[in-house]
Design a binder for this molecule. Structure first.
Ligand code: AMP
Length: 224
């Protein structure tokens, strides 16, 4: 084990439930939930230079270039609230990003403790994305079949308006799955070889997956 910070990554394809689980883990362990997709969407909303550069890649389901995403994440990880650990969601998505993350953590005498991998059959993903509604304000996600908000159209957490992301449309989701297989599956294997990957069945209920993650984290705490 490297350092005392609780540095975790959550991997899985589009629609696997990463965001939902990430929010729970982050609030339970008091570490920031750093979601590269959420950060990029904020940049687009605020019309920053990065947001403008990222736009066309995101619209077609392609990856935003590594150098842009890496510097955005590194900058976020250097803020004070990330000193005791982070939960990364949606990053790393390429081997270059995984190596950059290792380098950043090593420089701070830290190291990844666990890579949680939410596995869902590719056949289920399009359907999951099609039923996904996202809060405009806090980006929490709901699924109108299995994880409905208390009031249709409104976020349980802050009452924000729920909308369907443009890139959750069928054609774009298919592209995102292709990109995932090509660029991100090698990252899963990278962590598996290192012995820090823990695979979870993402088709189970939200509470069941949450319970399995908690068990893993408790086992991790017991070892350190
Ligand atoms: P997400 O919300 O994680 O599904 O991300 C939405 C979109 O943002 C992706 O389809 C990519 O275009 C872009 N994106 C998010 N994270 C990354 C990343 N780590 N590397 C490159 N592009 C990313």
């Amino acid at each position: 084990m490297v350092g005392n910070a609780l540095d975790l990554v959550l991997l899985g394809p589009v629609g696997a439930g990463k965001g939902t689980q990430a929010r729970r883990i982050a609030s339970r362990y008091g570490i920031p939930h750093i979601a590269s997709g959420d950060l990029l969407r904020q940049h687009r909303q605020q019309n920053t230079a990065l947001g403008r550069q990222a736009k066309t890649f995101m619209e077609r389901g392609a990856l935003v270039p590594d150098d842009l995403v890496i510097s955005m994440i590194v900058e976020r990880m250097r803020r004070l609230d990330a000193a005791h650990g982070v939960l990364l969601d949606g990053f790393p998505r390429t081997l270059a990003q995984a190596r950059a993350l290792d380098q950043e953590l090593t420089e701070e005498a830290r190291g990844l403790k666990l890579a949680l991998y939410l596995e869902v059959p590719f056949a289920d993903l399009v359907d999951r994305a099609a039923n996904r509604w996202t809060c405009r304000t806090c980006q929490a996600t709901y699924n109108y079949r299995v994880n409905r908000p208390r009031q249709i159209g409104l976020c349980d957490l802050d009452g924000g308006e729920l909308f369907q992301r443009e890139d959750d449309r069928l054609e774009v989701v298919s592209e995102r799955i292709k990109v995932y297989i090509q660029d991100t599956v090698p990252v899963v294997e990278y962590y598996r070889k290192r012995g820090i990957l823990h695979q979870l069945d993402g088709t189970r209920s939200i509470d069941e997956v949450d319970g399995a993650i908690q068990q893993q984290l408790e086992a991790l705490e017991a070892r350190t």
